[in-house]
Ligand binder design. Structure first.
Ligand SMILES: [Fe+2]
Length: 385
């Protein structure tokens, strides 16, 4: 190891643990590129030099030339605090670029207009992990779920909500149409004429069975962008890895609690979930989970913060169209072992505290990426996390 080349991992967090007035230990929590987030505790009683070096860092007095021996430096590399320059993790930035239409795609009719409820986002309201650019929120005409779309500055300048787009090529128009940015006057009129957003069936069926499948909750291109983002987040080491089945049902999977992109989407889903649940709900917490080959989910019910759980299928490998091959099972009041199969972009809303749910073993070579969006009743007053 070339010690001189080691640098501090900018994403490492240090937590001092005290015993009375004195330092007892320092915990290092760090993402490790190519692996996952690790937690290592150095106790002062048996690792005095290392803990004092770490204590200096906690106090903002980094001594980058401590008298650490090879073994101590190796332990700090193992903990993810010191890394070689080419192993410094990089936080991936999320974006959903417009898919430019293929050459020769039919030009759009001039009657398309910019979505009347399109809203430009200010930088302050977007998570730091969002890529730079002009971001607009586009509400889906049927579900009213708003999702972000990244535009270049010229395209953004050509768009005024409710009006025809200005000076865009047919291919740009076509891409904007596919992203839901351009809509037809007839679609908008049909939407406004419809008083019930989703119709009565979802609410009635959810009240009866305690679950409902929302097909096509998010478009495929958005799901693919999320899946690609989470694969990069995993590759850079920013997720935790759980590899044992415990009473809390963890299995072979990478997980991230309150991941910022998921948190952003979470806020857009409360209105839809409230409609299906038949009462106002609020987000509690979001959880990203990438199940790895061999993963299982033991039969369980969820905790109080998961009164309504919306499980979104974000990605599946090797073939995203195979995602239905790994169903979740629900034990409902009416029947046990009800399989629910989701395609990428579909979501299952279920009462996580009421319905036991589980999954059997994920085949070798398969990976399945999900976001769990949890909601509680508006009057819920316990901690949300
Ligand atoms: Fe669960």
């Amino acid at each position: 190891m070339n010690d001189a080349a080691l640098v501090l991992n900018p994403y490492a967090k240090l937590v001092a643990e005290r015993s009375g007035d004195s330092l007892a230990a320092v915990r290092v929590v760090a993402p490790i590129k190519g692996r996952h987030v690790t937690t290592t505790t150095f106790f002062r009683d048996d690792r005095r030099t290392v803990t004092e070096f770490l204590w200096g860092l906690v106090q903002g007095q980094p001594d980058l030339q401590p008298e650490l021996d090879e073994r101590e430096l190796g332990d700090l590399v193992g903990a993810g605090l010191l890394v070689a320059p080419d192993a410094v993790p990089e936080m991936p930035r999320f974006s959903v670029p417009l898919a430019i239409a293929p050459e020769g795609e039919a030009a759009l009719d001039e009657s398309w207009m910019v979505h009347p409820d399109l809203r430009a986002c200010s930088t302050q309201e977007l998570p730091a992990v969002f890529a730079a650019g002009s971001v607009v929120q586009v509400p889906h005409l049927a579900t009213r779920v708003s999702l972000p779309v990244w535009l270049d500055a010229d395209t953004a300048a050509a768009l005024t909500p409710g009006e025809a787009p200005r000076s865009l090529s047919p291919r740009q128009r076509s891409a904007l149409r596919r992203a839901g940015v351009l809509v037809s006057a007839a679609e908008v009129a049909a939407r406004r004429a419809s008083s019930a957003e989703l119709g009565v069936e979802p609410r009635a069926r959810f009240a009866e069975n305690a679950y409902w499948v929302v097909r096509g909750l998010i478009p495929g291109r958005f799901a693919d962008a999320l899946a690609d983002h989470y694969r990069r987040v995993i590759a850079e080491g920013f997720m935790h890895f759980k590899d044992q089945i415990t009473e809390s049902v963890y299995s072979t999977r990478f997980v991230k609690h309150q991941e910022p992109v998921a948190v952003h989407v979470h806020g857009q889903l409360a209105a839809l979930v409230s409609q299906i649940a038949g009462k106002p709900v609020k987000p509690s917490y979001a959880f990203v989970s990438s199940y790895e080959p061999g993963a299982e989910l033991a039969r369980h019910v969820d905790r109080a913060q998961c009164e309504y759980s919306l499980s979104l299928q974000v990605g599946y490998a090797p073939d995203r169209n195979l995602s239905e091959a790994w169903p979740i099972y629900l034990d409902t009041p009416a029947a046990s072992q009800v399989p629910v199969s989701l395609r990428v972009g579909d979501a299952l809303l279920y009462r996580g505290r009421q319905l036991p749910h589980y999954r059997y073993r994920l085949p070798e070579g398969h990976r399945s990426i999900h976001i769990f969006f949890h909601f509680v009743d508006q009057e819920f007053d316990a901690p949300l996390g």
